[in-house]
Design a protein around this ligand. Structure first.
Ligand SMILES: NC(=O)c1ccc[n+]([C@@H]2O[C@H](COP(=O)([O-])OP(=O)(O)OC[C@H]3O[C@@H](n4cnc5c(N)ncnc54)[C@H](OP(=O)(O)O)[C@@H]3O)[C@@H](O)[C@H]2O)c1
Length: 215
């Protein structure tokens, strides 16, 4: 898989695209306003990058990153993503996204919502708990002492393996939180959400996380 598609090219999308290009991937970027608005980023990224519509990014990517405000998740194209690994970076902020009752009552999680919208895709939650700027400043080669770790969660073991490899290439260790349903352990306001953590610390944070209803 040498092309990564991006649905969303804002703070996180642009940073992940920089890491992807640096590691030899081609990228197809998309946003809500159209490819013409991405020319500066495409120019910065160079010949490995191009812009397209969300459907083109979804169809052209071997792996596709969905990195949009959560309120837009239903607009993510479904058919072109069938069978593909979809990385979900999204978080829930009601003040931005509006209230989503099944998240408010904790009967589901953000990545499960995207998985339900994309039933034929293999969704892996990743990159949701690191500040965008740190994606290009906190990475380090594999084996570096105290290397920062990032959480993944997902229901497809092969997809998680592929995403863990990508995260390693991007400069981070991986901690597997389990299935998508466990993704709440790294949602907003949990101990691991935001701070720099190595793998051991992050495992401890995941174990200590509490659901909002149990606080
Ligand atoms: N910022 C962080 O440090 C951070 C860290 C971890 C996770 N996250 C999460 O990751 C997601 C993205 O965050 P961000 O900070 O990168 O947001 P952002 O800077 O606001 O960028 C959002 C991107 O999504 C695009 N978009 C919006 N609606 C779309 C649609 N219907 N179809 C296609 N693209 C659409 C926007 O395009 P237009 O500009 O054209 O509207 C923009 O490129 C959010 O869920 C956020 O909570 C953010």
């Amino acid at each position: 898989m040498t092309t990564i598609g991006f649905i969303g090219a804002g703070k996180i999308g642009s940073q992940l695209a920089r890491l992807a290009v640096k590691n030899g991937y081609d990228v197809i970027l998309s946003n809500s306003r159209g490819p013409g608005t991405l020319s500066a980023l495409v120019k910065e990224l160079g010949p490995r990058a191009r812009a397209g519509t969300p459907a083109e990014a979804a169809g052209g990517g071997g792996i596709v990153v969905v990195t949009v405000p959560l309120k837009a998740y239903r607009e993510v194209p479904v058919e072109p993503l069938a069978g593909k690994i979809v990385i979900d970076t999204n978080n829930y902020y009601p003040q931005r996204d509006g209230h989503i009752p099944e998240l408010d009552d904790e009967s589901t999680t953000t990545a499960e919502l995207l998985q339900a919208h994309l039933p034929k895709s293999r969704v892996v939650k990743a990159f949701n708990h690191i500040y965008a700027a740190e994606l290009t400043t906190h990475g380090a080669p594999a084996g570096t002492k105290n290397r920062r770790a990032l959480v993944i969660a997902g229901d497809d073991a092969d997809a998680k393996k592929t995403v863990a490899h990508l995260i390693d290439q991007f400069g981070f260790d991986t901690v597997d939180a389990g299935p998508l349903a466990e993704g709440w352990r790294i949602q907003r306001d949990t101990p691991g959400y935001g701070p720099r953590r190595n793998a051991e610390e992050l495992r401890r944070d995941l174990a200590a996380a509490k659901r909002n209803r149990d606080r």
